[in-house]
Design a protein around this ligand. Structure first.
Ligand code: SF4
Length: 188
């Protein structure tokens, strides 16, 4: 039988604890009952991958009735050995957050309040603003007469909630427009 490192640690840890506590005369029934009540008891366990950076740390995810109830690092993953950075560790709370935004929000110039809009509205508006800005400010040559083909009045700051593929696409799109000022929160 092949036993993974995580499985081995569980087996040896549980066995050692049971033998020593039982030998000392402790009644283990309440502990066993508590363990059965743990929130992941009976949950489906799947291995997934954190999408937030190219380390690609393994995540152990537990679901119950189609709902994500627990996320933790995978000790069998050789790169991170079960640890997660703040972003990976916050995966569950991000997934379940009341502040999670499901629809585009728009605040008109000068307005105080945000209003929900559909994707057609916001994509049209972003495209219009980018096109107008680029048409107005595109620089073909610098002061030395060298061809630069760039726009210096658009800046993009990426979010740590973008995955690698979204970042790559976003980067390629902005470079193709001549945008030179872009950064990503995950870099800091
Ligand atoms: S964001 Fe953090 S947890 Fe996720 S893959 Fe990168 S280092 Fe790992």
């Amino acid at each position: 039988m092949r036993v993974s490192r995580r499985g081995f640690m569980k087996l040896t840890g549980a066995s050692a604890a049971c033998i020593s506590l039982a030998q000392l005369g402790f009644n283990l029934s309440p502990v066993q009952a508590y363990a059965a009540d743990l929130k992941i008891a009976g949950a489906r366990e799947v291995i997934s991958i954190c999408p937030f950076c190219s380390c690609g740390c393994n995540l152990i995810m537990h679901t119950k009735q189609g709902k994500l109830i627990n996320v933790e690092g995978d000790p069998d993953y050789p790169i991170s050995e079960g640890s997660l950075c703040a972003k990976g560790a916050a995966m569950l709370s991000m997934h379940n957050s009341d502040h999670r935004v499901y629809k585009p929000l728009y605040r008109a110039p000068g307005a105080l309040d945000w209003e929900e809009k559909d994707w057609d509205f916001v994509l049209d508006r972003i495209a219009r603003r980018v096109k107008d800005t680029r048409d107005k400010d595109f620089i073909r040559q610098n002061a030395k007469g060298q061809t630069v083909n760039r726009v210096e009045t658009i800046f993009q700051l990426g979010t740590s909630q973008m995955d690698n593929e979204e970042c790559a696409l976003s980067h390629q799109m902005l470079r193709s427009l001549g945008v030179v000022y872009l950064d990503h929160q995950a870099r800091v």
